[in-house]
Design a protein around this ligand. Structure first.
Ligand code: TXA
Ligand code: MG
Length: 316
């Protein structure tokens, strides 16, 4: 922890565990340190970063004109997997905001991240600690696999409890807009706000830019396809008969399917999200010709999972 703090103070990168995914952290007030994040990830400089803070009382150091809605949401969900987009305070580095007039902020719900934020004192800008466009890391080993020596220190906080990235809510436009769905649903946000939060997954050309909104994102290197449960056995047989090496993520395996090439998908959304990226990483490591993923249920708790699956399956 001491080393992490001194590295951050010295403008170096530290990978940190959060409840969602691991983040690649740097001092959010130091442009030289921030530039190292973009270099390590291979990420375009106009993609804004989320500022992580120790508690909601630090919000005013990053944002201005904070609406009542923000106070309600922070009380209900922080620390937790919710990022708020607010009007930026003048002086927040352009590398954090991507040059926009807004800033993304959240308080992560992980004891090590909170301990580090308190000890450091300032904000830590941290995107997911993966190479740009690739699958987000949910263990310390994933971070090493993704970034190697590009990050000095990885704080190992175990596997991430939630497993997919935070819900992003834009409160800078008057009405609340969900820019990226997460395990805190639009319905839960609407209930707390007593106002309808709309789901707007902006396309990659609109502003504000959300890199999660690029169509191909969170993606394994192996081509990936989503298949309806009722078509799965037929599709697997067809591909195997054609001599294809198939990797499979599904609730039940197909008859005779090689066990090493199958990961069992959970039937509830929370455990499914928890394991999703580790499963995709494993299946991607097999060198298969294709990853088939059984389409999960379509009802509300699965919205964020469908978002990630369809982006992972999108062929750029
Ligand atoms: O769960 C998470 O949010 C993780 C952990 C590490 O906190 N972080 C994460 O960061 O997913 P990243 O950079 O991989 O994704 C953050 C998304 C990006 O798509 C970025 O464009 C968007 O948040 N974002 C950040 N600031 C924004 C802003 N001012 N306006 C619109 N989108 C913003
Ligand atoms: Mg990311």
């Amino acid at each position: 922890m001491e080393r992490a703090v001194s590295l951050l103070r010295a403008g170096e990168l530290v990978a940190i565990p959060t409840e969602t995914v691991y983040g690649l952290g740097a001092d959010a007030s130091n442009p030289v340190a921030l530039a190292k994040i973009f270099a390590a990830k291979g990420r375009p400089a106009d993609h804004p970063l989320i500022v992580h803070i120790a508690d909601a009382s630090q919000l005013d150091e990053w944002a201005i004109d904070i609406p009542q809605a923000a106070r309600k949401l922070t009380q209900a969900f922080w620390p937790g997997p919710l990022t708020l987009i607010l009007k930026r305070r003048p002086g927040v580095p352009d590398l954090v905001t991507g040059g926009q007039e807004t800033v993304g902020v959240r308080v992560p719900d992980h004891p090590l991240a909170l301990q580090l934020l308190k000890a450091f004192g300032g904000g830590i800008a941290a995107p997911s600690a993966n190479r740009f466009g690739h699958i987000s890391p949910t263990t310390a080993q994933h971070v090493r696999d993704e970034l190697g020596d590009a990050v000095e220190l990885v704080l190992d906080g175990g596997p991430c409890a939630v497993g997919i990235e935070s819900t992003i809510v834009d409160l800078s436009r008057g009405t609340p807009v969900v820019l990226r769905p997460g395990m805190i649903s639009a319905a839960e946000i609407s209930r707390v706000l007593e106002a309808q939060a709309t789901l707007d997954q902006a396309d990659s050309t609109s502003t504000p830019r959300v890199s999660g909104s690029l169509e191909s994102h969170y993606a394994p290197s192996t081509p990936m396809r989503l298949v309806l449960a009722r078509d799965l056995d037929d599709e697997v047989s067809r591909l195997l008969a054609a001599g294809q090496r198939v990797a499979l993520l599904s609730a039940t395996s197909s008859p005779g399917f090689p066990p090493r090439q199958w990961r069992q998908a959970a039937v509830d959304a929370r455990p499914y999200a928890h394991d999703l990226y580790a499963h995709l990483r494993y299946l991607d490591s097999l060198g298969a010709d294709i990853i088939l993923v059984e389409l999960p249920p379509l009802d509300a708790p699965w919205t964020a999972i469908h978002d990630r699956l369809s982006r992972a399956a999108h062929q750029a």
